[in-house]
Write a protein that binds this ligand. Structure first.
Ligand SMILES: *[C@@H]1O[C@H](CO)[C@@H](O)[C@H](O)[C@H]1NC(C)=O
Ligand SMILES: *[C@@H]1O[C@H](CO)[C@@H](O)[C@H](O)[C@H]1NC(C)=O
Ligand SMILES: *[C@@H]1O[C@H](CO)[C@@H](O)[C@H](O)[C@H]1NC(C)=O
Ligand SMILES: *[C@@H]1O[C@H](CO)[C@@H](O)[C@H](O)[C@H]1NC(C)=O
Ligand SMILES: *[C@@H]1O[C@H](CO)[C@@H](O)[C@H](O)[C@H]1NC(C)=O
Ligand SMILES: *[C@@H]1O[C@H](CO)[C@@H](O)[C@H](O)[C@H]1NC(C)=O
Ligand SMILES: [Zn+2]
Length: 511
């Protein structure tokens, strides 16, 4: 076995020393192989059917049980199982991934990539507008607390336009509660503007939404202030009063913290195969703070581990690189960092990136990201078609979903690397037609425990998980054998059409 971790320290603005792997080029002294078989005896060339045959529901579920035990390590600090970055549950997940790959011996080079991340926690929050406690109110991700973590009292002040210009905020917002419409610019910009004008808190309303806004302020700024989102039903009566120049009192309270922590991506690459032409696949190692994340994305994380383990029985022509990203739930932090810090020649070695996030939703649909070549780097559509062909071959139905920045493929597409992936659904509602095509329950979420405490061992459908892990095996085996017919990489181009269609960065809206 050989673990090559070479790091160099650089000083990043505002961050302490961080570690960047030298892209697997410098190797440390090899460690003893796990068994002699690792070095002797020719392995057969990987084939899709042989690799798929090795995927079993029992093995996946055994890993899920292990992962749930690991999530319990988060109980001390969070009072429930979680694998959120910075928690003992996430550290345990990283060790499990690392140890599993390390045990596979010489087959993989494995490296840790440490990077700075922000982690936000809201402990308590409350919003009162006039006499009402708006049901749809929720604090934004990465919001700071209200002053001294105490309730603040003030008047609700109407902000002109969308609050994207400082001038939209009247001077009267000082020490009061700014009331801002969603749209045009990121939520973080609105919060910053309100902060500069001295507001005590901000409420962003979305007239088009009933349930409020699952949003994030994005990259923290010292100018951000406590920020809530509310839906249209709650906003309309307030707007009416403000138009009639009536006073609306408000109380806003958020007890929260935003902290800087270091967390880690784990990358494993086959030592065999053409090292200049890699097929890459990824899943995220972290969960949200609210729960153990066994489906999101324990399922993808474990599918990758299982495929990585079974792949060692074969030889490959092209290198296969697995990535386990951290900080996905905070806004795709790990995958963004990874792609953004790849030197140009390293970027070119990644022929494509395949994203595997949520493989086993209980009320699943077989979803394929609608990644076309027209809007994405050349090759994305060939990958999409590989998934289509496979489901067709199995006699299974599939559906397209938007390729809109909700998972870790985002950074790859933005850096010119073809990508795509499959999923089984999050907080979307299954239609009647989909219930006919996939089974399950119409009118309910694909994953009824999405981002909740109940995303536990009972929150996976093994049938869907096995199907999709076989498809992952197929995608790996296909490209590990050959890139015949798959477009060559070209100079990275920013995907303009893609960027224009994107409103998400991770699971949360940012605009
Ligand atoms: C894998 O294939 C390469 C190229 O054909 C060969 O050099 C290598 O020995 C093979 N490795 C194994 C373990 O079969
Ligand atoms: C890499 O990270 C894993 C998980 O945190 C840890 O167990 C391992 O010791 C690290 N390896 C190195 C060489 O830092
Ligand atoms: C897939 O995306 C293309 C544009 O990139 C669009 O024309 C097509 O309608 C989409 N298909 C589905 C089923 O969403
Ligand atoms: C595919 O969907 C059709 C309905 O459109 C349904 O009749 C069929 O049973 C589905 N196939 C599978 C394998 O679920
Ligand atoms: C998983 O989904 C299949 C197909 O819809 C269904 O038959 C099965 O009962 C589900 N299993 C569980 C454990 O929910
Ligand atoms: C995409 O790749 C195909 C196949 O390699 C090639 O024929 C085509 O010209 C490429 N398109 C672009 C826009 O580069
Ligand atoms: Zn996820």
């Amino acid at each position: 076995m050989r673990a090559s971790i070479s790091t160099l320290s650089v000083l990043a603005a505002g961050a302490s020393a961080l570690q960047i792997p030298l892209f697997l080029s410098e190797k440390q002294a090899p460690v003893e192989p796990a068994s002699d078989d690792d070095y002797h005896g020719e392995k057969p060339q990987v084939s899709s059917s042989a690799l798929q045959d090795l995927i079993s529901g029992n093995k996946l579920y055994a890993r899920a049980r292990k992962l749930y035990e690991i999530a319990k390590l988060g109980e001390d600090e969070y009072n429930h199982p979680t694998r959120v970055i910075g928690s003992a549950g996430h550290d345990g997940t990283l060790s499990y991934i690392y140890e599993t790959i390390l045990a596979l011996g010489h087959y993989y080079d494995i490296s840790n990539q440490s990077f700075p991340a922000v982690s936000g926690n809201v402990f308590e929050s409350r919003l009162v507008l006039g006499d009402e406690v708006p049901k749809s109110a929720s604090p934004f991700g990465l919001t700071p607390p209200t002053k001294n973590r105490q309730p603040v009292h003030g008047t609700v002040i109407y902000v002109e336009n969308e609050g994207c210009e400082l001038g939209d905020f009247p001077a009267s917002v000082k020490n009061n509660i700014a009331f801002v419409k969603r749209g045009k610019c990121p939520f973080g910009t609105k919060s910053e503007h309100a902060g500069i004008k001295g507001a005590a808190a901000v409420v962003v309303y979305d007239l088009g939404s009933k349930d409020g806004i699952g949003g994030t302020l994005g990259t923290p700024s010292p100018k951000h202030i406590a920020t809530f989102g509310i839906g249209g039903e709650d906003a309309k009566p307030i707007l009416k009063k403000l138009k009639n120049k009536e006073y609306v009192d408000a109380i806003a309270y958020i007890d929260a913290e935003v902290k800087q922590i270091a967390t880690t991506n784990i990358i494993a690459q086959t030592t065999f195969g053409d090292q200049d032409n890699c097929v890459m696949l990824g899943a995220h190692s972290d969960s949200v703070a609210e729960g153990p994340g066994i489906n999101d994305d324990g399922s993808g994380t474990l599918s990758l581990l299982e495929v990585a383990s079974q792949l060692t029985k074969f030889n490959v022509s092209n290198c296969v690189r697995f990535g386990w990203w951290a900080g996905e739930e905070e806004g795709l932090l790990g995958s963004d960092y990874y792609v953004a810090t790849l030197p140009k020649e390293e970027n070119q070695k990644i022929r494509l990136f395949m994203d595997y996030d949520m493989m086993a939703s209980p009320n699943f649909a077989y979803q394929i990201y609608n990644a076309t070549n027209a809007a994405n780097p050349n090759g994305s559509e060939e990958l999409r078609d590989l998934y289509i062909d496979w489901y067709k071959e199995q006699g299974l139905n599939y559906t397209f979903i938007p390729f809109d920045g909700r998972s870790d493929y985002d950074g790859f597409i933005r850096h010119g690397i073809p990508g795509g992936g499959i999923a089984t659904g999050a907080e979307g509602v299954k239609t009647k037609e989909e219930a006919e095509r996939f089974g399950g329950k119409a009118g309910g979420w694909y994953d009824p425990c999405y981002h909740q405490l109940c995303d536990d061992l009972s929150n996976v459908n093994i049938t869907a998980w096995v199907v999709n892990t076989k498809l992952i095996a197929h995608s790996v085996a296909t490209y590990a054998r050959s890139f015949k017919g798959f477009p060559k990489r070209t100079e990275s181009v920013a995907a303009k059409d893609y960027a224009e269609g994107v409103k998400y960065h991770g699971s949360k809206l940012f605009i």
